[in-house]
Design a protein around this ligand. Structure first.
Ligand SMILES: Nc1nc2c(ncn2[C@@H]2O[C@H](COP(=O)(O)OP(=O)(O)O)[C@@H](O)[C@H]2O)c(=O)[nH]1
Ligand SMILES: [Mg+2]
Length: 304
């Protein structure tokens, strides 16, 4: 299935929920009543669009609705506004070209989709260049199942895996994984743990991983990516701020957009944090992750 079709399928809940509610008010380009204007703002906020941005979008629609518009004119205004708001948020993954290994660190709370995303990114990179060596570092040493899950993916996609035993220091895994990546070259993807409270604070653990990268390579990791579950909405945004404060994130992956009737989190993240959206996930298959395109997103979200 082509990506645009997967995306449309993945966004079907959001399309009939959030986007559908907006569409039914905005259709036909009629002038908006005060009630409808209020309703639009409520739908945007309920759809995980942050309050300030919802107000701005609503004001713009109200202003346009006072003008003479063709059928569907307001819908076009909304799409255009959203595209403008998302401008700058697309960015491709940083891949080094100086012969040193590229280091990507995936972070996020438990269950957000880190391990699956590590696998999907590896599969995407493989597709792009089948010859590039890829290594996984199993730095979620908290549960044996977490290491095994990554091992299964490593075998399926045919990438190298550096693992230690359960309970090992995640930084020690990263240390060895960098050694390996320096030997074979290519890309190192570090899968980390997500539990927030244990004997070691997660943020300290992530900071230590970063120090290990710096010590080994004389520079930081190339990407520190937050993997965010779209169904956590505004809560996810405050999570993102915490991770950002702790480890200076470089980008975001939003997963599980197929599981939400909203979708506004995509707008809110960029609006509030200005962190680029590298990929979005719309399902559990390895083909269900793709580089983010604002235009495709808006098209898939609002298509009738
Ligand atoms: N529906 C859906 N499920 C996803 C997506 N990404 C990950 N998952 C599922 O979310 C669950 C947790 O993922 P996992 O990668 O283990 O999360 P981790 O704890 O952050 O490593 C798994 O069942 C994944 O298959 C997505 O985009 N859509
Ligand atoms: Mg995991």
């Amino acid at each position: 299935m082509a990506w645009i079709d997967r995306l449309k399928k993945g966004l079907s809940k959001a399309r009939s929920g959030f986007a559908g509610s907006l569409g039914s008010i905005l259709k036909a380009g009629k002038k908006l009543s005060a009630d409808q204007i209020e309703q639009i703002e409520e739908i945007l906020i309920a759809g995980d669009v942050s309050a300030g941005l919802a107000m701005e979008l609503t004001e713009s629609l109200a202003e346009h609705s006072r003008k003479e518009l063709e059928d569907g004119g307001l819908m076009a205004v909304l799409k255009q506004e959203i595209l403008e708001r998302l401008s700058g948020c697309e960015r491709g993954l940083t891949l080094r070209e100086d012969g040193q290994p590229t280091v990507l660190v995936l972070t996020g709370v438990n269950g957000s989709g880190k391990t699956t995303t590590a696998a999907k990114i590896a599969a995407r990179l493989r597709e792009r260049d089948p010859k590039v060596p890829i290594t996984f570092a199993a730095a979620d040493t908290f549960r044996a199942a977490a290491i095994d899950q990554l091992a299964v993916w490593a075998e399926r996609i045919d990438v190298d895996l550096v693992r230690h035993n359960i309970g090992a220091d995640p930084s020690a895994v990263v240390f060895d994984a960098i050694d390996h990546a320096q030997r074979v070259g290519g890309i190192l993807i570090v899968d980390t743990a997500g539990r927030l409270q244990t004997k070691h604070n997660l943020m300290e653990e992530l900071a230590k991983i970063e120090r290990t990268v710096k010590k080994k390579l004389g520079r930081g990791s190339d990407e520190r990516i937050l993997v965010l579950d779209a169904t956590t909405g505004q809560n996810g945004i405050s999570q993102a701020s915490k991770f950002h404060e702790a480890i200076d994130l470089t980008g975001i992956v939003i997963t599980k957009l197929d599981g939400t009737a909203k979708g506004g989190v995509v707008l809110s993240i960029w609006d509030q944090l200005h962190l680029p959206l590298l990929y979005i996930g719309v399902g559990e298959d390895k083909e269900d992750l793709h580089e983010f395109s604002a235009e495709q997103f808006v098209e898939a979200l609002f298509e009738n």
